[in-house]
Design a protein around this ligand. Sequence first.
Ligand code: AGP
Length: 617
Amino acid sequence: MCGIFGYTGNKLAAPLLVGGLELLEYRGYDSAGIAVINGTGKISLTRKAGGTDSVARLSAAVHELSPGGSLGIAHTRWATHGEVAERNAHPHVGRSGNVAVVHNGIVENYIDLKSELIDSGFTFSSETDSEVIAHLVSRETENGSCLSEAVRSAMRRVEGAAAIVATSVSEPEKLVAARLGNAGGIVIGSANGSHMLASDIVALLPHTNRVCYLESGQVATITPKSCDVTDLDGEPQQIDFVTSSRSADQAARGQFPHFMAKEIAEQPDSITAAMRQRVDLAQNTIDVPEFDLTPEQASAIDRAVFIGMGTSLHTGMHGASTLERLAQVPSYAENASEFRYRHPVVNENTLVVSVTQSGETADTLAAMELARDSGSKLVTAVEAEGTQATRLADITLPVRCGQEIGVAATKTMVATMITLTLMGARLAALRGVMSRETESEIAKALASLPSLAGTVLERDEPVKKIAQDLTAYRHLLYLGRGTQFPIAMEGALKMKEIAYIHAEGYAAGEMKHGVNALISAEMPTVALAPRDEMFEKMVSNVNEVKSRGGHVIAVTTDGDDVMESIADDVLYVPQTHPLLQPILNVIPMQMLAYHTAVALGMDPDKPRNLAKTVTVE
Ligand code: AGP
């Protein structure tokens, strides 16, 4: 939610700020803006709001205005307080026009702070909670504080989770950044004679891979040549720059029309990447070196809880059913935003597995904190390195598919499903409940999975044709059973998210308990019916839909001839090991949503009202 970028150095700041925002656009794109301290010692502000192309319009404006100055801050917004309008776009400027601030997160006590500021003569030009921070910092500098002290003092007043960057015309080489709680990270990069900072390392990689991460409660003061960190009281803190292994190339769209298309197409590689150094294809063995429990610790686990949001919740559902099946540990998945508030009973014998591609989702991080405080063994499966989830967890399982830019999660889901399947197998081995034969069967099936995923991708034309038909509908139903239930949920989420078609994902067994009343010619059903142990049950469900006048698109496995005789359309997916079948089946769900969105003229990379990284609850 919201992207922040800042630069101080010897180059012209404005183009670098816009370049940074282009790479952070996935975090929010309601509005975008930059503030540059120009040669005349004034803040030059450029902001654009509305639509999903605010960064592009900002870029054009900056190109035309060419603001001078070699220090600035920039922000791309996902609105929480106040409508999408230029006055609400960041940066916000403090009362005397001397200070500019960008903010990510929510100031929970902003109403109290705002009335206090209004009572002491401040006027507000936006409806945002963020503007109170600009005025608080401004008031402190008016009272004689340097920018660093002003930020520390302002942040001591703020309740909630926030990441901010401030600049002041009085100290024109200095950026001050602060982080409170989990409202998105701040990564600082060091390059020749300059420093820059961003919400995500991806925006720094074109300039440097020497980075350090700010922790909650820390304030960084950076100039072109220095980076000093303190806590909120000004006590110096040790911070170490590390060299990241990530490269800027990973974020390029290449010849694909959308990032989502690229990321769907990358999934055979994502599967391979998640298996690397974990599956020995010569010996057909599975190991997950990062999951370094002792056999005693593994045997002490009496329950596993997977937490996540959205696609990551569906991924966790798959992870839980796989873990339960392989490791014989009672397991379930839960929405992190529910888990965190319902006083769950978890203890040192509970394995809590957080699923979060970004490592920044506010609800998931809060649920992790709760689990950590309860003494649970805490694992996170994550794509983004160095993020807060990895700092909270006892064990980090990188999913290694490379950064995902499209707002709709695709390759991160598939890579995480692989990672969690391997973790389930490893736990089973540590507990001594998995036969060598089962391990070998899974390893052999994994060996052919990348090429089978490639086969799914090659079958694009039939999916495209069905997608074209779906553009005529406003409602869809997705049905699945067993391992396919999370895939039905995910198929429906993808369709809602990027094609704006109302879609419901249901366990097919629920049909008779209410959902059947919806079946009509106006609501097609996507039935996930691979040839597995639930196939006959799905055949009955498909027949029930057909006999009530519903249109059925069945997704079954190669070689099946039953679905062809009862469904209206059939998509075929290669057959694999039953525990891996959902990993193949989710791919046509992504393709179907993608082609439907494109056929409807939507931009699948930037769906309305959404952002890739949700750092507010
Ligand atoms: C799915 O396409 C969405 N991008 C969304 O549901 C996402 O999975 C969710 O917000 C969780 O994000 P995370 O994996 O970064 O925690």
